[in-house]
Design a protein around this ligand. Structure first.
Ligand code: CAA
Length: 380
């Protein structure tokens, strides 16, 4: 067993840390307030290789391992979880999904633009009545020979308006239930495709989240991913890896809040000494540090499983469940350590607390992770 990072891993982690501090930190409060994310920043993330980290180099990807990806996710999430969710969706859902299950033409046409940031991707599974219950897809994709016709609504879609290519899950044959579901690549300018209003969110407010409407959208057959009926498996397999990315995001949010609280406690004085000298604060920091370190081990283990070609459904679900709870607990305590200052925007911890909550909801709620975990440990 070797817990040491390689030189390459350290380089990637430091590059992500540097990018987050120099490029993301300066406008992060304003982006949260205005609910916006400038296109130039997305371009910078693409230029630096953060949007296609694990994808194959022949399609413009970085060819990196999952350990590198989670290291970058942690560093970027310490500063700006809105940026890291865009990175996460593009990397682990869209690029990984296409790289692993797309055909040569799809990879050449779509993946090679998504890995570089020239285009951005979105993953469209959730619907008004199909969130956790993902097999109950109401969006239909009727087979018309050389094309499909899509009708329906998708909800809470990350990169909803900023994406160019959308991976859309829809029901082709209702009789076959989840075996009659397909996944498609839909281009933004398709006729009948409409972007709904932006959601007004509690956290990750810089990232754009929208509902999407499909009104008789014609999608060529060559844009179906995999064999007929592969769509639900595609979504599940893709989400298994996505959950490792979100676990890393939760870890980063927790670690970012902890570092702010630790540094603040060494400067702020009360009752004649720095507050870190009071056991009430020192013990909070000890608990925060311990649960963050445990989360980091779980995230790394899940990433390692994936890199070793082992099954990572269980380790990814456990990492997401644990790290997202840690993110909630730690950010609440970080606000407490900051006292009154924790409640105002310029100290950053209130934003991190708001950002933390979504990690217990998207890419499978904590309750869904417990379904995945319990089924996995009870199956033998
Ligand atoms: N890999 C491969 N196949 C899988 C799988 C996996 N990880 N998990 C399930 N499957 C397969 C099953 O084997 C089964 O196939 P067979 O019938 O051929 O055996 C099929 O999928 C159906 O599985 P279940 O019977 O287990 O289905 P279920 O109805 O009990 O639901 C569930 C399973 C795990 C609860 C699933 O519905 C689920 O994960 N729900 C949560 C959905 C989710 O995570 N949504 C997130 C939205 S995306 C998002 O948030 C992105 C963003 O923008 C940030």
């Amino acid at each position: 067993m070797d817990f040491k990072l390689t030189e390459e891993h350290i380089m990637i982690r430091d590059a992500a840390r540097d990018f987050a501090k120099t490029e993301l930190l300066p406008g992060v409060i304003e982006r949260d307030e205005k609910q916006e994310f400038p296109k130039e920043l997305i371009k910078k993330m693409g230029d630096l290789g953060f949007l296609g980290m694990m994808a194959s180099p022949e399609y413009g990807g970085g060819g990196m391992d999952t350990i590198s990806y989670v290291l970058a996710m942690e560093e970027i999430s310490k500063i700006d979880a809105s940026a890291s969710v865009m990175i996460s969706v593009n990397n682990s859902l869209v690029c990984w999904g296409l790289d692993t299950f797309g055909n040569e033409e799809q990879k050449k046409k779509y993946l090679s633009k998504l890995t570089t940031g020239e285009k951005l991707g979105a993953f469209c599974l959730s619907e008004p009545e199909a969130g956790s219950d993902a097999t109950s897809q109401r969006t239909t994709a009727i087979d018309k020979g050389d094309h499909y016709i899509l009708n329906g609504t998708k909800n809470w879609i990350t990169n909803g308006s900023s994406a160019d290519y959308y991976l859309v899950i829809a029901q082709t044959d209702k009789e076959k239930k989840h075996k009659g579901i397909n996944a498609f690549i839909v281009e933004k300018d398709s006729e009948g495709f409409e972007i709904g209003p932006k959601e007004q969110k509690l956290g990750i407010r810089g990232s754009d989240t929208h509902s999407l409407n499909f009104n008789d959208v014609k999608v060529p057959k060559e844009n179906r991913i995999g064999e007929d009926g592969f769509g639900f498996k595609f979504a599940m397999k893709t989400l298994s890896g996505g959950r490792i990315g979100i676990a890393a995001q939760a870890l980063g949010i927790a670690a970012g809040a902890y570092e702010l609280a630790r540094d603040y406690s060494k400067q702020r004085k009360a009752f004649g000494t720095e507050i870190c000298n009071h056991q009430a604060i020192a013990f909070k920091l000890a608990d925060m540090h311990t649960s963050i370190e445990a989360s980091r081990h779980m995230v790394m283990k899940a990433a390692w499983d994936k890199d070793q070609g082992q099954n990572y459904d269980l380790s990814g679900a456990m990492a997401k469940l644990y790290a997202s709870k840690t993110a909630m607990d730690v950010t609440v305590e970080a606000v407490q350590v900051h006292g009154g200052n924790g409640y105002v925007k310029e100290y950053h911890v209130e934003r991190l607390m708001r950002d933390a909550k979504i990690t217990q909801i998207y890419e499978g709620t904590s309750e869904i992770q417990k379904i995945v975990i319990s089924r996995s440990i009870l199956k033998d």
